[in-house]
Structure formats: C-alpha cells, structure tokens
Design a protein around this ligand. Structure first.
Ligand SMILES: C[S@@+](CC[C@H](N)C(=O)[O-])C[C@H]1O[C@@H](n2cnc3c(N)ncnc32)[C@H](O)[C@@H]1O
Length: 213
C-alpha cells in the first residue's frame, strides 16, 4: 500500500538515534548491539510505531526491533520518540523480505499487528503468514518459534490459522473477539486503529502460536 508522502521523511528518519542504518552489520550481534542478553522481539510492519514503542516502554527486560518499509510511516514513529531514551528499542527501515539478511537465529517472538491483509489472490505471497514467510522466520527464530498476531481482518485471520497449523504451529490462544474474551490478554497494547475498531464494535482477532524446537 502507498502511504501519503511526508515532507523530508527520509531525512527525519535518518537523523533518529533509534534508526539502525546498516542493520545487516548487526547480524548475529544484536545482543551486543543492545548490550545485554535479553530476548529480542521483532515487529514486522511497525507503521507509526505505537505498538512497538509501548511494548518497549512496558517491557524493559525485552529488546524490541520494529521493521517498516515506508519512511512516510516510520517518520511518525520517529517523531513520537523525539528526546526519549528507550535503550531496548531499535527501528529499521527495510522490507520484511530481507529479515534473514539482518538477523541470524536471534529472535524469540514475532509480532504481526494489523498487517496489511493483501486480500487479492495474486498478492497472497505478501501476507506475513504466507508459507514463504513462515520459512523465512525459521531462519531467524532462536530456538522455539513464537508468533503473536492481531488483526481486524477476518480473511487474513482465517488464512493465517490455516497456514500456521499446516506449518505445525500450535495455538496457545485464539480469540475471535479479543475485547470481549472471557480470558482477556493481559497488558494488551492498543493502537489508535484498534481503539477505533473497538469503538465501532468490530471484533479484533488474536492468535498466539508457537512451535517448540
Ligand atoms: C496497517 S499498518 C500497521 C502498522 C502497525 N503494526 C500498527 O498496528 O499500528 C501495516 C504496515 O506494514 C508495512 N509493511 C507492509 N509490507 C511490508 C514489508 N514487506 N516490510 C515492512 N513493512 C511492511 C506498511 O508500510 C504499514 O506501515
């Protein structure tokens, strides 16, 4: 999807101390980069950063990396971070297709929050739960595989339940209506989009899937 262009997005993003400009250089060295041995969690398609920034703030013992392809989106995350000191957060402007060039087997959890649904069949390969992506994740998961997904798109959710189960993931939680679930997810970080869905009484679909290696 093409997002509205933001004047000087490129320059503003590059100036941010949160942006890792040559992320490939940190492959296999992300724990050194963060200066600790805490687990590393990754969000694909970080957008304006609401989710990853708040996750980093509320979970200081976990390192978070957000990958976003669009500078016009990432610039909004960078602006939120102005003058903030969040040592467990890093942002990368890159295509998620390239994550295996950026990470070795270093990642504990992957978040797919409100990912683009790519509803047309000819775009299926772009869905973050397409088999090709699941194979790519195998290259960066440390040991156990762990994916957490939230979406308001039923089609993408149904598709993901199928692809993940065909790939032997086990579901630790599946919710067809996260905000009316009898066992709500503790400390759920909401984005503006999620708040709007809740206001409009649209269900949020949620899954927590893993594969023990
Ligand atoms: C609908 S937004 C969701 C943003 C954020 N996760 C949230 O919940 O607010 C989806 C984001 O994924 C990004 N995206 C789509 N395909 C991507 C890819 N191949 N690599 C990295 N980012 C991608 C888009 O640019 C967009 O910012």
């Amino acid at each position: 999807m093409k997002y509205k262009s933001f004047k000087d997005a490129n320059k503003i993003v590059k100036r941010s101390t949160f942006l890792v400009t040559n992320p490939e250089e940190n492959k296999y060295k992300w724990n050194t980069f963060f200066g600790n041995n805490n687990p590393i969690h990754l969000e694909l398609g970080t957008g304006r950063g609401e989710f990853i920034i708040n996750m980093a703030l509320t979970n200081p013992k976990i390192n978070f990396v957000g990958i976003e392809i669009s500078e016009d989106q990432l610039v909004k995350a960078v602006q939120k971070l102005n003058n903030k000191n969040i040592p467990n957060l890093a942002l990368i402007c890159a295509d998620a297709h390239d994550i295996d060039k950026i990470f070795g087997k270093e990642i504990s959890t992957i978040y797919l929050t409100f990912s683009e649904p790519w509803p047309k069949a000819h775009n299926e390969k772009n869905r973050f739960t397409h088999e090709n992506y699941l194979k790519l994740y195998d290259k960066i998961f440390k040991k156990d595989k762990h994916i957490i997904m939230k979406t308001d798109n039923k089609g993408l959710f149904q598709y993901s339940l199928q692809t993940l189960s065909q790939y032997w993931y086990v579901f630790d939680k599946v919710s067809l209506d996260l905000h009316n679930d009898e066992n709500p997810v503790k400390s759920n970080i909401m984005t503006d989009w999620e708040r709007k869905c809740v206001q409009d009484k649209k269900p949020i679909y949620y899954l927590d899937a893993s594969f023990k290696g």
